[in-house]
Write a protein that binds this ligand. Structure first.
Ligand code: PLP
Length: 367
């Protein structure tokens, strides 16, 4: 641990991320969960999320208390009817987690696993759907935060929509940081959370879904707290009221975060900043002798995996503590087949911060 627990540090992790002071300050006020002023904020946030997700009409946003995983669980547990069958496309921890959720909930499913370092091949998805007409829903992670790989969303969207299946995308770590239009892509359920590229604090997840599809979900849920249909119905009929205690401070902070996204110039501008953060990071780390796990074309501007240096004296924990002492928190790796650490480039962080990080990395090389 750092000697001084008050030393502030930037979170260069994939969520929670570093937030602005103004986002944190928006929480310095108590809110009532059923008061009209507060519910108006909820309604405003829901409408703005739909506009960020698509230019098309016919979509609605639902907010769900808990971590991002709770929201994924609410979608899988509510979108699939009792006789539904889910195809889970995976190439990492978060894809596999969707299959684990289906397993827990007793949702009939098939796992199509391309391996932690594998590319999702749209033609294999197409063949799988052709071979198994019982599949009603397909789910995939957009940016696999496990490795930092960006999956081919457009190509897979084409395959899934042409096959007429319901399309669920975990865009947890990409929505707000990578431009996409879920109407154009034919996505039925887009899942994300407050505390990643939208730069809010943790406390709830969000779903933007086709309104016509939401109408059909009554009675599907395998969990009371995670009943996406009932949450949507309550929020819609009661003008922004959550069914159970809502994370009021977090929602206020989130509205401020959405204001700051607009001020930045929207998702396209934010994407350019993240891409520049990523470019500065990669070129500097390569200069220092680090190698990234993924080839260039597979990398995302969200998070990057680097191989641990191949040196007998290297210990990640020591490296981590040194960087933390200099004001930067990085993320351990989570790839079973490769020894890695990860550095995120999302949040209220800027190219200058990565220049300072690179100096800190240079000074922290002790092996
Ligand atoms: C962060 C993340 C999640 C959810 O994580 P929580 O820790 O439950 O908030 C799910 N999928 C992806 C791709 C993520 O990056």
């Amino acid at each position: 641990m750092s000697d001084n627990p008050d030393v502030p540090y930037l979170l260069l992790t994939p969520g929670p991320i570093t937030t602005s002071s103004s986002v944190k300050e928006a929480m310095l006020r108590d809110g009532c969960t059923w008061d009209d002023d507060y519910n108006a904020i909820v309604q405003e946030v829901r409408a703005r999320l739909v506009r960020l997700a698509t230019k098309e009409s016919g979509y609605s946003a639902v907010l769900m208390q808990g971590s991002g995983t709770a929201t994924v669980e609410s979608v899988i547990g509510t979108a699939l009817p009792p006789d539904g069958r889910l195809l889970v496309i995976a190439n990492g921890v978060y894809g596999q987690r969707m299959a684990a959720i289906a397993e827990y909930l007793g949702v009939d499913h098939l796992l199509l696993d391309f391996g932690e370092q594998g590319d999702v091949d749209p033609s294999v998805v197409e063949q799988t759907l052709a071979d198994d007409p019982a599949i009603t829903h397909v789910a995939m992670v957009h940016c696999e935060t496990n490795t930092g790989r960006l999956n081919p969303l457009e190509a897979v969207s084409r395959v899934v929509t042409e096959a007429g299946r319901c399309w669920v995308v975990d865009a947890m770590s990409s929505f707000g940081g990578i431009p996409m239009d879920i109407g154009e892509l034919g996505i039925d359920f887009l899942i994300s959370s407050a505390n990643k590229c939208l730069q809010g604090v943790p406390g709830f997840g969000l779903v933007v879904a086709r309104t016509a599809t939401l109408h059909r979900l009554e009675g599907n849920a395998r969990s009371l707290s995670l009943d996406l249909y009932d949450q949507w119905r309550c929020m819609t009929l009661n003008y922004g009221k959550w069914r159970f205690t809502s994370p009021t401070h977090v929602v206020r902070a989130f509205r401020q975060a959405l204001d700051e996204l607009d001020e930045e110039g929207g998702i396209a501008a934010r994407n350019r900043r993240y891409a520049e953060n990523h470019r500065v990071l990669i070129s500097g780390m390569e200069e220092l002798g680090f190698k990234s796990l993924l080839p260039e074309e597979a990398r995302s501007p969200i998070i990057t995996s680097f191989f641990n240096p191949d040196h007998p004296d290297f210990r990640f924990a020591e490296f981590y503590e040194r960087l933390k002492g200099k004001g930067f928190v990085i993320y351990p790796g989570n790839v079973s087949e490769a020894d890695c650490f990860r550095i995120g480039t999302i949040g209220h962080v800027f190219p200058d911060d990565y220049q300072r990080l690179l100096n800190a990395v240079r000074e922290s090389i002790y092996w």
